[in-house]
Design a protein. Structure first.
Length: 269
């Protein structure tokens, strides 16, 4: 495993992403599963599945699902989630840019805010298409650059280490033109829609910031990078709280809309 993948694997093992996914964005898995129309008889691959919210939703719809992720700690958390939901899934540690599956093995290939974090977007797209059968379904749900999580990554960028050569920003996967260019003429029936999920679980901007500092691997990694410079830590603390404050919809609790791109297509026959 290359150095960049080792770092990604370690980053996603930081904190508690499965708790975040379960407590805040669990419903997005169902949004993606319904949009792709997967069901009984379909063989589905969930790429960079994390703890499996989309995979579990697809399995509950009747599909046979393989769950893949680079980080074994997330797969282990997903096994526990699947047991709680009484579904059976197959689990496979895998790099989104080098999937260990045969050509055209799956009827549908999906990813819910997962494949966007593979550093080389074209390589990940090529693999996604390779393992999908002709006429099969592609479905991805990703944070947009302009939305709240895209803004959060932009806020953290000045405090983060420089990206490796060739790595692309994850929120580009939320730009429909970028994803269309990645897919090219290898798909048909492409549909792309910007949608939002309303987040109301934090009382204050500071509570949001502290939750992500404790649970979200990318945020924890940035703070680890600047841990020896308390002035920069304080500046990032204020910048993240201010981001939430500026996006607050003005109710009693912090209320913020997180925008995502929901994109579906058919693998060209």
């Amino acid at each position: 495993m290359g150095d960049i993948k080792t770092k990604h694997r370690k980053m996603w093992a930081l904190g508690d992403y499965p708790a975040l996914a379960s407590e805040i964005i669990w419903d997005l898995g169902g949004v993606l599963a319904r949009a792709t129309g997967v069901g009984s008889g379909d063989r589905v691959l969930d790429i960079a599945a994390g703890s499996g919210n989309a995979a579990i939703a697809a399995a509950r719809a009747g599909a046979t699902v393989v769950v893949s992720d680079l980080t074994p700690e997330l797969l282990e958390a997903g096994r526990k989630q699947a047991a709680r939901h009484n579904v059976t899934l197959k689990w496979q540690e895998a790099d989104a840019e080098a999937l260990p599956f045969a050509d055209a093995e799956f009827d549908a290939v999906i990813s819910c805010v997962g494949i966007m974090f593979a550093p080389h977007h074209q390589a990940a797209t090529d693999e996604m298409l390779r393992v999908c059968r002709p006429g099969g379904t592609i479905g991805v749900l990703n944070w947009t650059p302009e939305g709240f999580i895209g803004q959060m990554f932009a806020t953290m960028r000045p405090y983060a280490p420089p990206p490796p050569p060739g790595a692309q920003p994850p929120p580009l996967w939320g730009d429909p033109d970028h994803v269309r260019a990645l897919l090219g003429d290898r798909v048909t029936d492409l549909q792309a829609h910007r949608q939002k999920i309303r987040i109301t679980g934090f009382e204050t901007p500071e509570a949001f910031r502290d939750y992500f500092k404790a649970r979200y691997g990318p945020t924890i990694a940035v703070y680890n990078h600047i841990a020896d410079d308390q002035d920069r830590v304080a500046a990032l603390d204020e910048a993240l709280a201010d981001l939430a404050r500026r996006n607050d919809q003005g109710t009693s609790n912090l209320t913020v809309d997180w925008e995502y791109l929901l994109l579906t297509a058919r693998r060209h026959p």
